[in-house]
Ligand binder design. Sequence first.
Ligand code: UTP
Length: 406
Amino acid sequence: MDYSAAAKLLEQHGQEQLLQYYDELDEAHRKILLSEISQIDFSVIERAKRGGAVNGGKITPADAVTVEDISANGARYEQLGLQSIARGEVAAVLLAGGQGTRLGYNGPKGTYNIGIERKLSIFECQMDTIKKVAGKAGYCFHLFVMTSRMTDLATRSFFKENAFFGYPQDKIHFFIQSVSPACSHEGKILLEEKYKPVLTPNGNGGWYTSLMSAGFGGLIRSEGIKWLNVYSVDNVLQKICDPIFVGATIESGCACSGKVVKKISPDEKVGVLCKQDGEPCIVEYYELSEELRNARNEDGELTYRWGVILNYLFSVDKLDKIDMKAMPYHLADKKVPCIEDGVKVNPQSPNGYKYETLVVDMIKLMGSCLAVEVVREREFAPVKNRTGVDSVDSARELLKLNGVQL
Ligand code: UTP
């Protein structure tokens, strides 16, 4: 893109401020700026809205395949799941593009050492479970690793240094998630440097679009992959391509499924799988009204109890049919370091919005979703913070409980 094309584009979108330092820049920085401008998706700003999926519709509880049901039918589900994995119909997608700000660790979260007396990265923990399933199915399924601009290089190097954790290298594919611009409260895109707009990862809901933009659609089709198991990097007990989960989903005929745990309290900070106007949906904890949060059934159970743990299975056929542009953008009010009046400032209070799509919003678009309950202590050990709730400390305790040597 040359200067005049960029200027025209910015004028169309009311973002001319991005070129305000152009004359001061040397040739190399001018090139960077023009290339960055060409990558901006301006529609994000128009699509963005406050709040999420709950606006408007009637919320009702969703059913789930419970732990009791799995005790009775688990063997059948597992058999079905293993057969599908063995045929190469299932692949995994690791969401590792987050910034992990709460953990306060300088590097991709997956490289964090959760071990105590030995080195054990979060990536290694998860790869160990992948190898177990692959061993049982007799087939090493594909793994797509989503990184971001910030985590890409360090993630790839870490996998390489660790010899891909003993998994076939040709089955591990990396791709970088797309970015969205960060704006001032007035809707003007901010500059990180005079030659660089603030472009940040566009949220974990962008995974399928980014996977397709990276050119993996061909591989998915040629390999006959029908299901994608999407999971987050920050759960060290994450079971990936769990055959029981895969089998239960296939048998249900649903287009997607999500692993859930029973919420431990009304205020636990997890999204809840429920229904909105009869369609499956996930309501984030901060969007569920106090009344619904505290509602209980006659037996005393929370009515809205199925908390999601960011482990979903999506049908590829259905993903290809849905309109990803229908995904809402969520605004997060953040402190965004930026150039103001020609100098770099580190704001003390939130000064701008970051725009993110969330994987939870895909559930509604998929049309049908099976909730599958899992045993919390066996499958849910989130690492969000250094200490306290959902932390390195609590995850270590849970790993020990599951017999993992640390
Ligand atoms: P979180 O919502 O916990 O965000 O991510 P985060 O950026 O990792 O952490 P904080 O909020 O800054 O502390 C949940 C999952 O979604 C992935 C993360 O890597 C994690 O696996 N994610 C999040 C992405 O892949 N891309 C994103 O843009 C955001």
